[in-house]
Design a protein around this ligand. Structure first.
Ligand code: FAD
Length: 375
């Protein structure tokens, strides 16, 4: 039984937990992060590492993403995290898709973004694009990191440079400040932020149940180096019907109807395309979306075929060989992109419920820590 005293205990060592540890440590607080695995092994290391601003839901999420992107840009070099790619290119194959891009550019979210011609995109990308390419949305705002190395690097930097304590392979099962009970004994902390990711049952299960959340399972692939350098992260037409910053625009309805008729299997499996490149040249490519109370481990092979099919349509190239495949799960809500709950005055429960935690987490954490400590 060990005993320690902290100002803040963060439960969960994924990107949302680390974001809270950063915000609190920067405010001079003594912080402990309690993580049940030896290191983060969930959604935060399984994702694209795509820090997406353009395409986030208009309003709050878009603003949170802009701030989060700036924090990543500031922290990454200090933590030894390489920014692998800058910018986003979203290719379009139909007039309906071009209409959505034009509508997006007319909003405040389009500032600094541009519609490229098909030739312009081909030149920028070393000749990518199928015969039906009509143009591409370019956004300079977005960043991409390699999450499987970035998250451990961020944790190591928080420990070494900001004095954050990590208790790993430790489950927190009661958070009642000033006492937390864990599988390795008690911890004393004046306040607690619970960032449980897709664990709905260990802490505050009744509060979490009240939000009516589901879980979303995604299929992901790593492809071999395609033999060219992508100019930035790549998305395509289907993304315009998934990301709320586009899909909530009235012009998206016609595109949605068209693509549902043309690519029904992609919609059945919630497939759209993100292709992000790392420094080894390999591509992280995905993804699919299957929603359930308890998503099983059995990912349909058709979803993978649909992802590779969309890659071929968007790039005009056969996909390189698959090197790795994995699934990831995140908490999902029909009516909110994230939640901040207050089960007790000294406890916050923070969950990103829209698959955007790497893109909005730092800004959410600044808000939560400011509120919790009255900063
Ligand atoms: C395949 C995939 C692709 C994605 N792509 C992107 C992307 O490109 N960009 C983006 O912004 N977002 C993306 N997302 C979403 C993003 O990854 C998540 O929103 C984010 O990682 C959630 O972070 P988290 O810290 O809340 O959860 P997690 O990463 O799941 O971490 C939660 C941690 O809490 C620990 N934990 C839970 N309960 C306890 C307890 N009681 N005691 C101790 N430890 C506990 C768990 O072990 C876990 O490590 C993607 C998600 C997936 C699955």
């Amino acid at each position: 039984m060990s005993s320690h005293v902290f100002d803040l205990a963060v439960i969960g060592g994924g990107v949302i937990g680390l974001a809270h540890a950063l915000a609190a440590a920067r405010a001079g607080k003594r912080v402990v992060v309690i993580e049940k695995d030896a290191r983060a092994n969930g959604a935060s290391i399984r994702n694209f590492g795509f820090i997406t601003v353009t395409g986030q839901e208009r309003g709050d999420s878009w603003s949170l993403a802009r701030r989060t992107r700036d924090v990543w840009a500031e922290v990454a070099p200090k933590a030894g995290v390489r920014v692998e790619q800058n910018g986003l290119y979203l290719t379009a194959r139909s007039p309906e898709a071009i209409a959505v891009i034009e509508a997006f550019l007319a909003t405040e979210m389009g500032e600094g973004c541009a519609l490229m011609t098909a030739d312009g995109f081909r030149q920028a990308s070393g000749g990518l694009g199928g015969p039906d390419l009509m143009g591409a949305l370019y956004s300079p705002r977005d960043l991409r990191v390699e999450s499987r190395t970035a998250i451990p690097a961020l944790a190591a930097w928080l420990e070494a440079e900001l004095g954050v304590t990590f208790m790993t392979e430790t489950v927190a099962f009661e958070a009642a400040p000033p006492i937390l009970r864990t599988s390795r004994g008690t911890v004393e902390a004046g306040a607690v932020v619970v960032c449980p990711g897709d664990d709905f049952v260990t802490l505050y299960p009744e509060r979490i149940a009240g939000f009516g959340l589901k879980k979303c399972r995604l299929s992901m692939l790593k492809l071999a180096d395609p033999g060219l350098r992508l100019p930035g992260a790549l998305m395509s037409d289907l993304s315009l019907t998934r990301y709320r910053g586009y899909s909530a625009l009235p012009q998206a309805a016609a595109l949605d109807a068209k693509l549902r008729a043309e690519q029904p299997s992609h919609f059945e499996h919630g497939v759209h395309l993100i292709a992000a490149q790392g420094s080894d040249g390999g591509l992280i490519v995905g993804d699919s979306h299957h929603y359930d109370h308890l998503p099983g481990p059995f990912a349909p092979a058709q979803a993978e075929r649909d992802i590779l099919d969309e890659y071929a349509r968007a790039t005009g190239r056969a996909p390189p060989p698959v090197l790795e495949r994995w699934t990831g799960v995140y908490a999902s809500s029909d009516d909110r992109t994230y939640l901040i709950d207050t089960p007790r005055p000294d406890v916050r429960l923070v969950m990103v419920t829209s698959g955007t935690g790497a893109s909005t987490g730092f800004a959410i954490a600044e808000r939560v820590i400011g509120d919790l400590f009255g900063l």
